[in-house]
Design a protein around this ligand. Structure first.
Ligand code: ADP
Ligand code: ZN
Length: 719
């Protein structure tokens, strides 16, 4: 009797066997409908010899209920699912959910509602309406897409619909996407770019080839990997470009369109189900040629993938911290391995792990050492806050203020970087010392003055700004401690009342449309001073931005995390990389209490290789990643005692294995998160040890209440 082994999307279930009814043709990868009790589950048929399950006799098998009309999930992707499940100790069903993308892809509506200009002018023409109509001439798209393109709010677009200036069009959700033109507008590359581009285009179509494209900020990494994309398109293959933030999508689309004549297909969490369905199906059929997306686009079922690009490959946001805790950079390379295609990791500040792969000969490296054109790398100087302190209650040193003033006078733009949202990270009662803490997390409530509230940055809990101290009842006794970007913006407004200042954080730039607005305002010279968090450190190219001030370079070094120095170096190097990208030279001032700290010294002297070498040696001496392995076991429960007791039991059951040590349990770095108490065990193992196998056996032999959650973070980002 024909049988099929099926992985369903229900992560609580293992693979299940079914009978294949007469006339249904099921092969490995087929997307099927599998009955379970009274329910129907979506699942994927799998090679029976690759997944174990309880054997069930023929007579007890239920028949499959149907086949879903999509192409089978290709074999290389099935291998990737198996690898990901194994490596990150996750149920394969949880990985498969990312492939089928919550099955909206399969069942989303067929009709897509779009709008296009009718040519009629509305009776009332506001400046915004004029701008909108001018920008969307000849375009068609959803309200959101058109609004993003025209840089107006959705409401303006809806107003135009009501006024008859836009008409509704029903689009078949399965209609084809435009084809990028590989020869639409090729750039004139400089010699160094030309060499890198030739090497990349030559490797497309030639099998697995992981390449680190290591180019200083502004060297033209994007221009260079665009040529590899063009080659893949010429070979009629698909390309995936992974970006770390959806905020970077809009500028990317603009550049892509300039080079290839049309937009790529986008994939991110903001898509509506009809768009998701259309994109998913075009990806699965091979018709979507170039796809740009966040990390979740990595697991989509490309029919004919020819190249993967991971841009800003060092970015921590590629690490998923919930559900399947995978690192998209590493899984991208594995996907390249199974698909037998090249993978380009582009970065000006590669992770130590990535550099090490180059050192041991696993990845190739292509270098771009100079900025394109007349642009020079900016000069970086430290401001010693112990010698040049800001005034009381201020955060900007006099020498930085002088530089900003000079920059304003010269009509050039400045950027002040502080990686802290809100006004102040802590609110304190002067009388009794009470501090405002989140009731659900081990974290202070951060004051957001613009939004008139205190907010927890971990669980989103908010409260109105208090007037009196809840502890001692004293009035007017609360003080804000420390600066966030809003406070720096206040200081700037005090110092330079005429300057036009803009705050850039995830609070102000929450969508691709807002990001596009910001980019245009910068390009039009409507902003003099930007105060921003890490959101402004990546990807952007503003030629008139010539001064960068790092408000607190010591911030990232607190906390004793072993990756702190590397992350700090990357962040400051990236933000410095925003300065002087045009033909005017840039300068970077870094405020610190410790100019001798290795990170600061390396930034100032420009000795990135020296910094990397020292960090790498330190990691090697301590057998820390990539020279040793780490895995964190996080035990959480709403009941503190229960979390502690399960964690202790896990600790007591730890196997004794040469080359492995278990630390803890101890309270996790965020000891309470969203109302759950968290304990952590840290497993440190030699590189050669199959630490996942050990943990699987170890945890597999234990049981705990369903109120306790045990999650394993393999290769944790912070350690
Ligand atoms: P990176 O990604 O390395 O920071 P980009 O690819 O963003 O660098 O390039 C920086 C700027 O220089 C961009 O505005 C880009 O268009 C421009 N540029 C780079 N190379 C060339 C080239 N060969 N011809 C024209 N412009 C270029
Ligand atoms: Zn909280």
């Amino acid at each position: 009797m024909p049988r099929a082994r099926v992985v369903t999307l229900n992560a609580a279930l293992g693979p299940l066997d079914y009978r294949v009814p007469d006339g249904m043709s099921v092969e490995p990868g087929s997307v099927v409908i599998a009955p379970l009790g009274p329910r129907q589950l979506i699942g994927v048929a799998w090679e029976a010899d690759r997944l174990q399950t309880e054997e069930v006799g023929d007579n007890r098998l239920r028949p499959l209920a149907g086949l879903v009309d999509v192409p089978p999930i290709p074999a290389p992707l099935r291998r990737l699912c198996e690898w990901t499940a194994d490596y990150y100790l996750s149920p394969i069903a949880a990985v498969l959910r990312m492939v089928l993308s919550t099955s909206a892809a399969l069942a989303g509506p067929r009709q897509l509602i779009e709008y296009r200009p009718t040519g009629d002018k509305p009776a009332r023409l506001t400046p915004q309406r004029l701008q909108a109509l001018a920008r969307i001439e000849g375009r068609q798209g959803t309200i959101r897409e058109l609004a993003a393109h025209a840089e107006v709010s959705d409401a303006v677009m809806r107003g135009l619909v009501n006024a008859g200036a836009l008409e509704r069009v029903e689009v078949d959700a399965d209609q084809p996407y435009p084809e990028p033109g590989p020869d639409f507008a090729p750039p004139a590359l400089n010699a160094e770019q030309q060499a890198a581009s030739a090497s990349l285009t030559a490797t497309v179509g030639q099998g697995f080839d992981p390449v680190l494209l290591d180019g200083v900020t502004g060297s033209g990494k994007t221009e260079v990997y665009f040529e590899a994309i063009a080659e893949a398109v010429r070979q009629e293959k698909q390309v995936l470009v992974l970006l770390p933030e959806i905020a970077l999508t809009e500028p990317f689309l603009t550049r892509f369109t300039a080079r290839f004549g049309c937009e790529p297909v986008t994939w991110h969490s903001d898509l509506r189900s009809s768009q998701r369905r259309r994109a998913w199906r075009a990806i699965a059929s091979g018709e979507a040629r170039v796809v740009v997306g966040a990390r979740s686009s990595l697991f989509l079922p490309y029919a004919n993938l020819g190249l993967i690009v991971v841009d800003e490959a060092h970015e921590p946001s590629f690490k998923q911290e919930e559900g399947v805790q995978y690192h998209a950079r590493d899984v991208a390379v594995m996907r390249g391995h199974f698909e037998e295609i090249p993978v380009i990791l582009a970065s000006a500040t590669p992770a130590i792990e990535t550099r090490n792969m180059v050192d041991i000969g696993r990845y190739r490296e292509l270098k771009l050492t100079e900025r394109h054109g007349l642009a020079e790398l900016p000069e970086i100087r430290a401001i010693d806050l112990t010698r040049d302190p800001p005034q009381r209650g201020r955060w900007l040193a006099p020498s930085l203020v002088t530089e900003i003033e000079a920059n304003l006078a010269a009509g050039e733009q400045s950027l002040l970087f502080l990686n802290r949202r809100g006004f102040a990270p802590l609110t304190l009662c002067r009388t009794c010392g009470h501090r405002f803490q989140c009731p659900n997390c081990t974290a202070w409530m951060v004051e957001h003055r613009l939004m008139h509230r205190l907010a927890c940055h971990h669980c989103g809990h908010v409260m109105p700004p208090p007037k009196n101290c809840p502890e001692c009842g004293e009035e007017e006794s609360l003080v804000a401690c420390g600066p966030g970007v809003e406070r720096i913006a206040d200081e700037v407004a005090d110092l330079f009342p005429e300057a036009r200042t803009s705050i850039v954080t995830s609070d102000t730039i929450w969508s691709p449309a807002r990001a596009a607005e910001f980019v245009h305002a910068m390009e039009a010279g409507e902003i003099d001073i930007v105060v921003g968090t890490q959101l402004v450190t990546k990807g952007y190219h503003f030629p008139n931005l010539t001064l960068v001030g790092v408000v607190d370079a010591d911030l990232g070094l607190q906390g004793g995390d072993l990756r702190a120095a590397e992350r700090s170096f990357q962040q400051i190097q990236q933000v410095a990389g925003r300065a002087g990208r045009g033909d005017k030279p840039g300068r970077v001032l870094v405020q610190t209490h410790d100019p001798e700290a290795p990170v600061i010294a390396a930034l100032v002297s420009g000795d990135a290789p020296g910094f990397y070498a020292a960090e790498t040696d330190a990691r090697r001496d301590a057998a820390m990643p990539p020279f040793g392995r780490l895995a964190a076991i996080i035990v959480s429960s709403e009941d503190k005692a229960q979390a502690e007791s399960v964690a202790r039991r896990i600790g007591n059951a730890a196997p004794t294995i040469e080359g492995m040590a278990v630390f803890g349990p101890a309270p996790a770095p965020l000891a309470m998160l969203r109302g759950r108490h968290r304990q952590r065990l840290l497993v440190h193992a030699a590189r050669k040890l199959d630490v996942q196998d050990v943990i699987r056996d170890w945890l597999g032999a234990l049981e705990w209440s369903s109120k306790v959650r045990v999650a394993v973070d393999v290769d944790p980002y912070s350690f």
